[in-house]
Design a protein around this ligand. Structure first.
Ligand code: ADP
Ligand code: MG
Length: 289
């Protein structure tokens, strides 16, 4: 598949791909203990959008329900090794990683076995650091290893040990918030967990941003929720708002990201804007540090 490239091509990095010395990937934990707020949808479609604009992306499915894996069309029978095997110490991450139909987008799939995580490793001293250790070999430059620009960790709908592992392994947390009446409820608990992980395990951890999802322009409440959330969280809220869009909800049943299912729909456009905004925010973070 790979053709020979000249040195001139090697130095001409496409937009978004980082040149320079080898660096670890940016790891974003997509977390909110509420179910159904758009975590998995954001992992799949932000991952696809980042890949479409030139980044190499790995999605790590840390939810035993495995919706990110299914939504990307990964057949259960092909999940030879899963994130559960990796976190239980029975396989390396690279053994679990599978390509998706989207160029530049890979996934480490999950299976229901992951629901036994707390039971299996809950007493181990390194129980909160299993995912961080599994990600450490990424981008080490060894032959056969892929260099990723971004790792997106899709968290389960709970502040459990899996979510703590994701936060301990991450540079930052990305919080999807559904535009509904109780949007902010539970957020203080989430912020408290981020603070605890930061203090105990991962001093660099920050909240990258909050993405408002399932915005319905015909519903006055959605507008009110946006205003409230922006007032409460200020610049932490991304400018991009993900609209409620039927194409987004249809896509997973075809095992496709919405960007592949219908590139021109408003949902795809929104996730592309979000990806651009995240890369921009990353640049600003790097420039100040
Ligand atoms: P979570 O991972 O937080 O539990 P999901 O991403 O699985 O949430 O989303 C919950 C449900 O809402 C899914 O059926 C998904 O297809 C649907 N959904 C998510 N985002 C949107 C959206 N912007 N428009 C329409 N449906 C959406
Ligand atoms: Mg989910």
């Amino acid at each position: 598949m790979s053709k020979e490239v000249s040195s001139a091509e090697v130095v001409a990095f496409p937009e978004g791909v980082r040149a320079g010395p080898r660096q670890p990937p940016r790891v974003l934990a997509i977390a909110n203990q509420k179910g159904g707020v758009g975590k998995t949808t954001t992992a799949i479609n932000l991952g696809t959008a980042l890949a479409a604009i030139g980044e190499r992306v790995l999605i790590v499915d840390c939810d035993p329900q495995g919706n990110a894996s299914t939504g990307l069309g990964i057949d259960r029978r092909n999940r030879r090794y899963s994130v559960a095997d990796v976190l239980f110490g029975e396989a390396l991450l690279r053994d679990a990683v599978l390509p998706t139909a989207v160029p530049q987008l890979d996934i480490a799939p999950s299976t229901i076995d992951l629901s036994g995580f707390e039971h299996e490793v809950g007493q181990a001293r390194d129980r909160a650091l299993r995912l961080r250790s599994a990600l450490t070999p990424l981008n080490d430059g060894k032959p056969g290893n892929t260099d990723y620009g971004y790792v997106l960790v899709d968290c389960p709908p709970s502040l459990n040990l899996l979510t703590v592992n994701a936060m301990a392994a991450a540079n930052a947390v990305l919080v999807p918030l559904q535009c509904e009446f109780f949007a902010l409820e539970g957020l203080s608990q989430l912020i408290k967990t981020v603070e605890q992980v930061k203090n105990a395990l991962n001093p660099q951890l920050t909240i990258h941003g909050v993405v408002l999802t399932m915005y319905d322009s015909r519903n006055n409440l959605s507008g009110q929720v946006v205003a409230d959330v922006r007032q409460f969280l200020g610049k932490k809220v991304y400018d991009t708002i993900i609209p409620r869009n039927v194409r987004i909800s249809e896509a997973p049943s075809y095992g496709k990201p919405v960007l592949v299912y219908d590139l021109k729909c408003v949902g795809s456009e929104a996730y592309l804007r979000l990806a651009t905004e995240i890369i921009q925010r990353e640049k600003e973070l790097r420039d100040v540090s």
